[in-house]
Write a protein that binds this ligand. Sequence first.
Ligand code: SAH
Length: 352
Amino acid sequence: MNEMEKTQLLGMTPDELAAHLKALGQPAFRAKQVFSWLHQGAAFEQMSNLPKALRETLAETCIANPVAVLETIESKLDGTIKLLYRLPDGHVIEGVLMRYKYGNTLCLSTQVGCRMGCAFCASTLDGCARSLTPAEMLGQIVCANGVLAPQGQKVGNIVLMGSGEPLDNYDNVVKFLRILRMEGGLCIGMRSVSLSTCGLVENMRRFAEEDLPVTLSLSLHAPNDEVRDRIMPVNKAYPSEELLAACRRYYQATSRRISFEYAMIDGVNDRPEDAKELLRRLKGLPAHFNLIPLNHVEESPLKPSTRAAVAAFQKTLEDGGVTATVRRTLGGDIDASCGQLRRKYNQSKEKR
Ligand code: SAH
């Protein structure tokens, strides 16, 4: 059987695993054993409490982890690790492992590329090849845990901020989150997860009702529709007033403060008036701003704001009662921002 025809077990709930194993003549208690092994990153032959014949059948017909680490690149500046992974159909995706004092945070991809078309983003330049399965999202964490294992560490926090738009892959992302928090598996709670979205309003509203209270990171990047329309095509489908209403609804449903991502672009969205307009529009909504000096992408004419403009913008927000942090740039020497490394990899492969 080739890799593409094999069943991806990692994305199954224990109930689904039990059904799969029952069809192979196995008792129900095996599901728990297999679930636990899969999330620990074990290969089938290492699953020592399973009968040998079952291990062999599983190895022939199933994939334990559909994600394989292709390359790791560690930043000399701060220990950030960029991961390139290969999927069973040959697609390559990337992730970033950030090492903080309080623990390890893994940035996950949710799609191969992205179809949202934001003007400043490298992930979207070649469109979206396909969405990732729940197994392929869990598999990225299992791989990163493997990278950390020699140091006796694990991934503690997850940010869905890699390539892809999580709410454009809704069902798979929701299933991934439900499995992520299960006992006996990775057991990562929703308080340790941030989901970043460009603002697919209908799915934001749906997501608010799922009882998956993750931190919502909203990629706002503009004070109004005029600016947002220019840099984020999604804004034409869901104008910012509707978007902010959906944020308010999310806050009501989850009591989680909204985290706004704001890439600071020179001369586009970085004037003090822009900060004041944001303060007016967000009145009454508990919010935090992450100001990110734009990461320059070769293919784009947009440039990062000056340090002075970022500082002034931050001060205006804080004077207005909204906390704002300037995102530290990690991994500046390893193309750590989304989409950049994968593009370089694919381009160099084309040249070869
Ligand atoms: N599709 C989701 C998540 C992926 S991007 C979203 O749009 O939120 C993660 C974050 O990086 C988003 O806030 C995105 O807008 C931002 N981003 C993308 N390219 C960037 C760049 N060149 N500089 C700074 N931030 C960027």
